[in-house]
Design a protein around this ligand. Sequence first.
Ligand code: SF4
Length: 494
Amino acid sequence: MIYTMQGLENDHPIREMLFNLLPTEIPERADIAPEGADALGVVVEQAGAENRIRVCCVRGGKQICAEKRAPISDDAEQTKRVRTHALKSAIFEAVVPFLDTAPEWGSLTGVRPAKFARSFMEQGYTPAQVAKLMTETYHVSAARRALAIRSAGVAMDLKEKIRDNDISIYIGIPFCPSRCSYCSFVSHSIEKAGKLMEAYLDTLCGEIAHTGEILKQAGLRIVTIYIGGGTPTTLSAEQMDRLLRTVHQAFDLHALEEFTVEAGRPDTITREKLTVLKKYGVDRISINPQSMNDAVLEGIGRHHSAQDVLDRYQTAREVGFSAINMDTIAGLDGDTPESFARTIDMLLELNPENITVHTLAAKRGADQHDRAHNAQKQDDVRQMLEIASQKLTAAGYVPYYLYRQKFMAGGFENVGWCKIGYECKYNVYMMEELQTIVSLGAGGVTKLLGSDGRKIRRISNPKYPYEYNVSLQRINAGKQEILNWAQSSTALPD
Ligand code: SF4
């Protein structure tokens, strides 16, 4: 789709909305649209105390236009935010009449819809008022706004209980037994990168020990720990024992409320490893089937069967885990609404405390062909998500957190469902940006939350294990910033 722009520069939101509405087309900017071509024309002009926005979409010789006004205030950030939302909304109204189905998240393109809903609820809007706003101004469907508002409520309840010096810890293990075809994470198959693992563990233990000192000096309380990846259980039982022993030696865990390890791939789980996790107080694990259809599992490169999932789940219960999450993905190649429904039924029969329903997202850097392939699945994905929602609700699960990624089939979302009382606090803190998260390991991004609850300062570790393994001194030196932040009463400068 060609687009033209006059007046204020707004390239990013225009491209973002066009990707959202027309995922199979590449947005191309032009000075003038060729005669008769399908195109979007955008004009944003300042007129007195407001910005005036006019968007016209031409497709197949027909033109539809939409106009919006956005007030200008003394706060430049607020002015830009209001203008951007108005612009996206105008693009939505001009383009959607040409589509078979409107995206369910309307003109919202952000990754945190619950945070968006919460921002209004914290200003005093009632849930009914937020629902009205999301429908009338942002064109969000009833099902999606219900998800956002419920998750916002969970986040508000948890936020009330957070103390000033509470933090969470994330530890990354970026190794997997093999690469799954759909995966966008930075993770390495042990076949290719297994030789880096021992040095990785050495570096990670060094970073944990140093961070423990800093956190004690700073007087910070660790309330949740999440070990993710990758697949942490790619580590052997001995390596896992060493990692968790180091965690216990380095950190003061007297205030710890939740300790999660993603066991992830069933082909890495053994009774021995689960026993090590239990010994060190891990109280929540994930066993992630993604699908319970063997043909789908094979197609996506997972080296395990549905039966392996059932067996490992049984072992985890025998070892004594009473909070288990299971991940699924809607939209995998070879899956259908019917076989996806069978996956959900099989998981419900197991009765885990959490089920997370993801929507397939095209990989970062995916080409137009992949994105188009994904977009074509949107009707199936919509059905799959409806099936999941109905079955999970009927079985007593409730949605408690959600997030979106770029290039998801149908522009949908990932939703964490749980039995009441089994919300994973870390997931909510992290996704809703409610609390400082100190992240360790390759690719870890520490997010220090400002005292206003909004400004976030990031400290990034090297992304790949081969860089991380030779950077311990630099990484540890960077931790001083955590101390500075804590000592300056968590106030971040502008
Ligand atoms: S196991 Fe998880 S992190 Fe590893 S490749 Fe598969 S999806 Fe990615």
